[in-house]
Design a protein around this ligand. Structure first.
Ligand SMILES: Nc1ncnc2c1ncn2[C@@H]1O[C@H](COP(=O)(O)OP(=O)(O)O)[C@@H](O)[C@H]1O
Ligand code: SF4
Ligand SMILES: [Mg+2]
Length: 394
């Protein structure tokens, strides 16, 4: 089945719930070369034919190693980058085709938060200015009403109202990420692309931010594209998971299905890299380095073949496309030899429940942190050290 058919299959499940759709999305970056070589212009295939749907109030986790095209996909979705080919459909309309006021409204509904909250906050502005500027600019609030709305946003993300008069450098990493989440929420978006929002944070703070994002989704109905390079955090927060390798989606499906029964050899290796809560299995597996092909001179056939323990001659000649897996509705895999047996018994992560997966390698304290915070509700609860800047460490 082609990726286009994959989109159609997913669409039939609940077309009316689809808020954002990527259709055969491609982004190629030209490579600078000397004038002599200019005739044979090369391009880097950052995103190379990606299709998926994002459903209202749901989370799609996009996971893959660094450089596979996750952030570029996120930027294409919110309209920061223009695709080389393909479409981003917002409420069924191509973002590239809509103009003027309609485009402005669409962009308000598509927000993004980044890995490094400090870099994305203006160090010379106080929190009140950071949060109120977009609302005033877009006419969502007036000077008379904006203060009350800023208080509401701080309540939502669990920061005290006293944070308003402070500058970004006065906050810890986790608190700064709360400010960027509040800023994204200010425009009442329907979709937030979360680009590795917890990767730079300590395990216990990661848990707080993930729980905050989950609670906000429950209360506000916002949809997330949640980007991460490891499967732990993605599995915890996602309804569906898409695994990306060198610009393409190689596996996609319902989150626990992909996590507990990965069919693509690369997805299985990623899952084995999630540290197990079972000490006998912990550290027993690793993702082999292998040779990662260049996104400029792509190999013939399957892009994972150079690292795949199961590669055959066919794999080196033909490129596999996403195909539905028999007996697993909604689960698709781009591999000629998908792992179809029940892998739960030998999957080192299968001893852990959705609420008990450590997020980063080595973060063994996260399990207890995550479980102890499961019931935290950001509207009613402020983060523990909000009045003491810097205490909520990275
Ligand atoms: N503006 C750009 N110009 C040229 N190459 C880029 C640009 N942005 C990203 N890339 C390249 O595209 C590939 C995918 O990058 P990115 O989407 O940031 O990956 P990820 O987020 O998965 O780490 C990488 O090889 C990266 O170097
Ligand atoms: S198609 Fe072949 S090389 Fe590619 S992931 Fe599957 S078995 Fe490995
Ligand atoms: Mg990235």
């Amino acid at each position: 089945m082609s990726e286009n058919k994959f989109t159609q299959a997913a669409a039939s499940s609940s077309a009316s719930d689809v808020i954002l759709e990527a259709k055969n999305l491609k982004k190629y970056f030209p490579i600078r070369q000397s004038a002599l070589l200019a005739k044979n212009r090369k391009v880097l295939h950052a995103v190379d034919g990606v299709s998926f749907q994002l459903h209202r109030g749901k989370t799609l986790g996009l996971v893959g190693e660094s450089g596979c095209g996750k952030s570029t996909t996120g930027r294409l979705l919110v309209g920061i980058e223009k695709p080389t080919e393909g479409e981003v459909l917002y409420q069924g309309k191509d973002l590239l085709q809509i103009k003027g006021e309609e485009f402005r409204k669409a962009r308000l509904n598509l927000q993004m938060i980044f890995q490094d909250p400090y870099a994305s906050l203006n160090p010379r502005k106080r929190v009140i200015d950071i949060l109120s500027a977009p609302m005033l600019y877009h006419g969502l609030e007036t000077k008379d009403t904006v203060n009350r709305r800023v208080d509401e946003l701080l309540d939502l993300v669990g920061l005290p109202h006293s944070a308003k008069v402070r500058y970004p450098h006065e906050f810890s990493g986790g608190q700064r990420q709360r400010i960027t989440i509040a800023r994204a929420l200010a425009l009442k978006p329907e979709v937030i692309v979360c680009d590795e929002p917890v990767s730079a944070l300590d395990a216990s703070i990661q848990a707080q931010i993930l729980n905050l994002l989950r609670s906000l989704q429950k209360d506000l109905g916002v949809a997330y594209l949640f980007i991460a390079h490891g499967l732990g955090a993605v599995h915890y927060i996602s309804d569906e998971i898409a695994v990306m390798y060198l610009g393409k989606i190689v596996e996609t499906g319902e989150a626990s299905d992909v996590f507990h029964h990965p069919a693509h050899p690369y997805a299985q290796l990623l899952i084995r890299a999630v540290p197990s809560t079972n000490p006998d299995l912990r550290d027993a597996f690793h993702v082999p380095d292998g040779e990662v092909p260049s996104a400029i001179d792509l190999p013939r056939g399957c892009r994972f073949a150079a690292r795949c323990p199961y590669a055959t001659d066919r794999c080196r000649q033909e490129e596999p496309t996403l195909q539905p897996l028999e007996g697993r509705p909604g689960h698709m895999c781009a591999c000629f030899y998908p792992i179809t047996e029940n892998t739960a018994d030998n999957n080192p992560a299968s001893d852990a429940s959705k609420d008990s997966i450590p997020l980063n390698s080595g973060n063994e304290g996260l399990l207890s942190a995550m479980n102890s915070q499961k019931t935290v509700h950001p509207i009613k609860t402020t983060c523990a050290e909000t009045d003491v800047a810097g205490k909520e460490g990275r």
